[in-house]
Design a protein around this ligand. Structure first.
Ligand code: DGJ
Length: 718
């Protein structure tokens, strides 16, 4: 997996289908040679770096070759050299200089993958074929060591990167920027695919050509955000969902990030991602070290779906943790859209009684159970049950729900504080920022300063105390505003504090399933998934919108991580009315549930619900562990098709959806992928059979002549 060709000073990192290759030029400068399809051998670094001398570029003092660092592909590029592109690292030394002189200083290969201290990351388990290369760059001028780590997940076909900085001088140094990856990729005519949107319009797929200059994505919201996800893909213009080369870059971090591509005058693409440097500043004292979050790289020559499949498997199996990672999860009823703040225990128990008749497993009590919270202007921080609403307390309610044969789950928003709360009255300085700046409210609420240990401890103890007070087996962990007016450098410190809080609470409560949420998908990122294996995908529960939201999300994240519920019609966000079957078929590919007042459902709807739950329970394994092929995109037409294929190719499920039909439209042939070409597949419970080759080369016919139509076809190999 990791090989060093000493003679030519070339590192080869190899996974099942990928090569990542670097060379040490003149024993000094670490260059990037290749990321993509497998290459067994490169004769010499010069075979790749042919274009190293240019007018108007300074020849590097680190290279006796007359080469310009400004035009050669570099593996990491600290500020202060003759490379004048986007720097990966900006440090300010005690003498005010920012000029570094990092030179290659050796490497180490370790079996497995060391943990990233205090940060979320992918991991390996005993028996996994994973090893890690750590390359050391040394700046003797300033007494700084830089360690670039590459973990090679052979079977998972992925490479992860991270960066550690060590101050071995006797003076402090200020870190103004530390990106987690830099890859200089040469001469490809790329498009960049990003996931963008807004609240309730999370992660729509956008494709843009690269420009000369910078194309970038970022968040300054204190969360990874609804507007842009910390993920992008690069793909050749001819790459489709199922063919061609695609390169994915995914950042395992939940706060402010920046990433993008800088295309230079010689068609080199500098690809980078890391913590957003606009408001980042950390002081590294003598003897201290700093680790930047992880980046996960996935390359596929089987199109964008091929790239997604790499992320899906890795994130499902080696990013998510805990007992729920491999478990089929409960089908839940959440009362939020059913009651909002207007409920008491009798109402909730009645909702649960009907939920039991629908064969659901878990009732989740959403916002409004604590303090005096009958609206969203108060009580955040006071995690004490409201006995006017829940007369038997949480314990009494949990028991009533359990007696009905359902599990009980609870909503929290632990990172927030309302001005009208006992917590604020006791600790006004725990609100962020404290001091002379009065922060602006958003949804009438403020953020607790999780960079402070005593505030972290309060959150840990108060949430754990509630969890210990009743039989609570699920938590929805919400976060309903962006950060603003934060002291410089504060958002990073906050996120590290949050990670400590989540690590502590989730490890103290291993039998509780945690689902994260930030006004829906405002923090749908790999960092959160490391602590909580599923996310409430969006505050928009409209099935038509969810088709796009879930499709976009699946670029990087598996359907097993997406909370997806049937809600009432007309939908509360769009006022749209869609048929029950459509709502069910859209939601059931994710972690399925209901988000409505069950007591208001008709007999017919109850029967449809039971049918949907039974169908989901039959299909969820393949939706959540099968290989995904996206066959028709909601961003490119009025129909959507998804194929889920079991690992052994014996079962294939095709989900076909029509948004709005065009009148008298032709039938649509959808070609399937990945099947056994020689196999015979039967449509379940029918006598219709097809050859695998027929399904892949000719296709399966679907009739798009109805609004909000959905069809789920199950094919079983005979
Ligand atoms: C935002 C969430 O996304 C909703 O599902 C709900 O939990 C509300 N917050 C409650 O305030």
């Amino acid at each position: 997996m990791i090989k060093f060709d000493q003679k030519n000073s070339i590192f080869y990192l190899t996974t099942k289908n990928t090569s990542y290759i670097m060379g040490v030029l003149n024993d000094t400068v670490l260059t990037h040679l290749h990321w993509g399809g497998k290459i067994a051998h490169i004769d010499s670094i010069e075979t790749v770096i042919t274009d190293a001398k240019r007018g108007m570029c300074a020849a590097s003092k680190r290279l006796d070759l007359g080469y310009c660092e400004d035009v050669i592909p570099l593996e990491y590029s600290p500020y202060g050299t003759t490379d004048l592109r986007e720097p990966s690292l900006v440090l300010r030394y005690a003498d005010k200089s920012a000029v570094g002189d990092f030179r290659y200083a050796g490497y180490e290969i370790v079996e497995g993958k060391p943990a990233l201290c205090g940060l979320p990351s992918t991991y390996c388990e005993a028996g996994d074929s994973v090893s890690t290369l750590i390359i050391k760059l040394e700046d003797k001028l300033n007494g700084i060591n830089l360690y670039l780590s590459y973990s090679v997940f052979d079977e998972y076909d992925a490479i992860t990167r991270s960066v550690r900085l060590e101050n071995v001088s006797d003076a402090p140094v200020e870190i103004d920027r530390i990106f987690s990856a830099n890859i200089d990729m040469r001469c490809l005519d790329f498009e960049i695919i990003t996931l963008e949107g807004a609240w309730c319009r999370d992660r729509f797929v956008h494709k843009n050509s690269l420009l000369n200059g910078n194309v970038s994505i970022s968040s300054m919201r204190g969360v990874s955000g609804h507007n842009r996800n910390p993920f992008f893909a690069l793909a050749d213009k001819n790459t489709t969902e199922t063919q061609g080369e695609a390169y994915g870059v995914s950042f395992v971090y939940s706060g402010n990030f920046e990433g993008g591509v800088q295309k230079d005058a010689f068609n080199s693409n500098r690809v980078y991602i890391g913590i957003n440097s606009t408001d980042f500043s950390e002081v590294l004292n003598a003897g201290e070290s700093f680790t930047a979050p992880e980046v996960v790289l996935a390359y596929s020559d089987e199109g964008l779906s091929g790239m997604s499949r790499i992320y899906h498997k890795l994130y499902r199996e080696r990013l998510c943790r805990g007992i729920f990672r491999d478990k089929e999860r409960d089908v839940l009823i959440n009362n939020w859209e059913g009651t909002y703040f207007n409920f008491d225990d009798e109402k909730i128990v009645n909702i649960a009684k009907v939920a039991k008749e629908m064969n659901l497993d878990l009732l989740v009590l959403d916002d409004g159970w604590f303090g005096v919270r009958d609206h969203d202007r108060c009580s955040l921080g006071d995690w004490v049950v409201n006995l006017n609403k829940l007369k038997g307390g949480l314990d009494g309610l949990a028991k009533s729900i359990n007696d009905l044969g359902l599990r009980f789950g609870l909503w929290f928003e632990p990172e927030m504080i309302s001005e009208d709360s006992d917590l604020f009255r006791a600790h006004p300085d725990w609100r962020m920022p404290s001091g002379k700046v009065t922060p602006s409210p958003s949804r009438w609420q403020y953020i607790l300063d999780l960079s402070r240990k005593e505030v972290q401890d309060y959150v840990i103890e108060s949430v754990c105390a509630v969890l210990a007070s009743a039989n609570i087996e699920y938590v929805k962990w919400d976060f309903n505003r962006n950060m603003a007016e934060i002291p410089y450098g504060g958002t990073y410190k906050y996120i590290v504090g949050l990670y400590r809080v989540m690590e502590e609470i989730t490890s103290r409560n291993p039998n509780v399933l945690f689902e994260s949420c930030a006004s829906g998908g405002g923090r749908f990122d790999p960092g959160m998934l490391h602590y909580m294996p599923q996310v409430w995908t969006s505050d928009c529960s409209d099935a038509l919108e969810r088709l796009s939201i879930q499709y976009g999300t699946s670029m990087c994240y598996p359907y097993s991580t997406m909370g997806a519920h049937i809600s009432a019609v007309p939908n509360h966000q769009t006022r749209r009315t869609t048929p029950f079957g459509f709502r069910a078929d859209v939601a059931m590919v994710g972690q399925f549930g209901f988000e409505l007042d069950t007591t208001k459902m008709t007999e017919e709807e109850l029967q449809l619900s039971r049918d949907a739950v039974a169908k989901y329970k039959k299909l969820r394994e393949i939706f959540h562990t099968g290989d995904l092929y996206r066959l028709k995109s909601p961003f490119e037409g009025n129909t959507v098709a998804l194929e889920f294929l079991s690992q052994d190719k014996n079962k294939c499920v095709v989900c076909y959806y029509v948004e709005r039909c065009h009148c008298n439209d032709a039938c649509e042939l959808i070609k399937l992928h990945g099947l056994d070409a020689n196999g015979v597949y039967r449509v379940e419970d029918t006598d219709k059979v097809y050859g695998g080759d027929f399904l892949m080369k000719y296709g399966l016919d679907f009739d798009p002549n109805m609004d909000y139509k959905s069809e789920i076809v199950v094919l079983i190999k005979e």
